[in-house]
Design a protein around this ligand. Structure first.
Ligand SMILES: *Cc1c(COP(=O)(O)O)cnc(C)c1O
Length: 437
């Protein structure tokens, strides 16, 4: 498919009679003309819902608003729209109003783990900064559905200063992840300012941006944007392709611009029932991504956010997909499959089991073909006892700043930490002990 295909020209003319190719490739035109009503979609796709369907859909968009860029809508096949992966990600389903008992509005506790507004500090050395409250397209599977359309505004520099101050005052933060909403809905100037502020903080080593614009609004990746981004290396970008149909001439061009600017690109997919829950489909998607210099980074299990029930697959589906990738295709085409732990525990990686059994000197392993093999542990291995004195260690790590404390399981394994066990906060046995004391 070329950029501004016959179908896209036709849609552009329905939206605005005098629309031109340069309107179509202008990202602001798409934001201005994003489709927000059920009737708008009916008109553009030439489809019709019954009065009852339309009323039910409107109930859904009252709770979870809709916005679709004309570009993203142009990828929908009107002949089979109900099964269309783009339609399913962009157009509301009345199933979104089905809230099950385990569903939560903020399953990842992003708002609770937030020391200042707009910033989530979950992991020791990195923070997530919500720099924009809006997106070009509202993904129906958004984990932050609670916020969509809530305060559809771009935060001011003052709103962001508090978060920047927090980063400045928190020396352990070495990685800052800009998310949103979509950071690329900010203006180039605002992004430039933000990236300059953040990279002026000495302890920040790397900045990442999470954006879906290469998928839903590829024209946002302008030459000017890329020239500006280039000044802020090391800058990493993660995007969000879920289906091979999203890889088009326009999105390829956007990815090429970013990659040519020397920005390492990653992709985060979400496993979605009826959209991409198929091993073969994910393999094709990942092959297309790597051909466009995008490294599959994460495959997410769908979160327990309200309104996503109908998108959820069993975790077994994810394991099945990973089983079909490892060994079967290039290692760099394989994302890490993760469940983002409800309650804010962070990402937990999952994969098939490859260790079959273990003795003191042998490990029995299996490969992707089902071959069962043994690995002999070394007969002589001198472990280096670690007392955290890197200056006297023979491994020659010449870094001044050895981390000071071990966290969680790491503390149980460390020579230099005397933690013996981790106990859940509400442990009855321990509770009885302190009662007796
Ligand atoms: C996903 C996430 C990160 C980044 O995690 P990585 O595994 O480093 O990509 C950081 N903070 C929060 C709150 C996150 O959800």
């Amino acid at each position: 498919m070329q950029i501004y295909s016959e179908n896209q020209r036709r849609l552009a003319k329905i939206i605005a009679e005098d629309a031109t190719r340069s309107n179509w490739t202008d990202w602001k035109w798409h934001v201005r003309n994003s489709i927000k009503s059920i009737e708008g979609v009916e008109r553009l796709l030439g489809i019709q819902f019954t009065g009852k369907e339309r009323a039910a859909l409107k109930n859904t968009t009252e709770k979870f608003p809709m916005a679709i860029t004309p570009y993203y809508l142009s990828l929908i096949d009107p002949k089979d729209y109900r099964n269309d992966p783009v339609f399913m990600q962009a157009f509301p389903s009345t199933d979104e109003l089905r809230i099950e008992s385990h569903d939560m509005s903020d399953p990842l506790h992003e708002d609770e783990d937030s020391p200042v507004p707009g910033l989530t500090h979950r992991y020791p050395d990195r923070v997530l900064l919500h720099v924009s409250n809006t997106c070009a397209m509202y993904c129906r599977h958004c984990t932050r559905k609670r916020k969509v359309g809530d305060r559809d505004s771009i935060p001011s520099r003052d709103d962001l200063r508090q978060a920047i101050e927090y980063i400045r005052n928190t020396p352990q933060v070495r990685d800052v992840l800009l998310s949103g909403g979509d950071p690329f809905l900010l203006s180039d100037d605002m992004l430039d300012w933000l990236l300059t502020e953040i990279s002026s903080i000495e302890h920040v080593e790397v900045v990442r941006i999470g954006t879906r614009t290469p998928v839903v609004l590829p024209y946002r990746i302008t030459d000017d944007l890329v020239e500006m981004l280039k000044k802020h290396h090391p800058l990493w970008i993660n995007t969000h392709f879920n289906h091979p149909a999203e890889i088009t001439a326009s999105s390829k061009q956007a990815l090429a611009k970013l990659a040519n600017a020397g920005i390492p690109l990653g992709n985060q997919s979400v496993l979605l029932a009826g959209v991409n829950d198929c091993p073969r489909l994910i393999k094709v998607l990942n092959h297309k991504l790597v051909r466009n210099r995008v490294r599959p980074y994460y495959l997410y299990q769908c979160d327990l956010s309200e309104g996503l029930t109908h998108f959820r697959t069993p975790i077994g589906k994810g394991i099945e997909i990973l089983e079909s990738l490892r060994g079967h295709t290039s290692g760099f085409s394989i994302p890490t499959y993760v469940v983002d732990a409800p309650g804010g525990g962070g990402k937990i990686p999952l994969m098939p089991n490859y260790i079959i059994s273990w003795t003191a000197n042998k490990v029995v392993l299996r490969n992707y073909e089902g071959v069962i093999t043994t690995y002999h542990e070394p007969a002589h291995y001198e472990p280096t006892y670690c007392d955290r004195e890197c200056s006297t260690c023979n491994l020659q790590l010449r870094e001044a700043d050895a981390e000071e404390k071990a966290i969680g399981i790491e503390s149980l394994l460390a020579d230099w930490d005397d933690a013996q066990s981790l106990t859940p906060e509400e442990n009855e046995r321990i509770g009885r002990r302190t009662d007796a004391a």
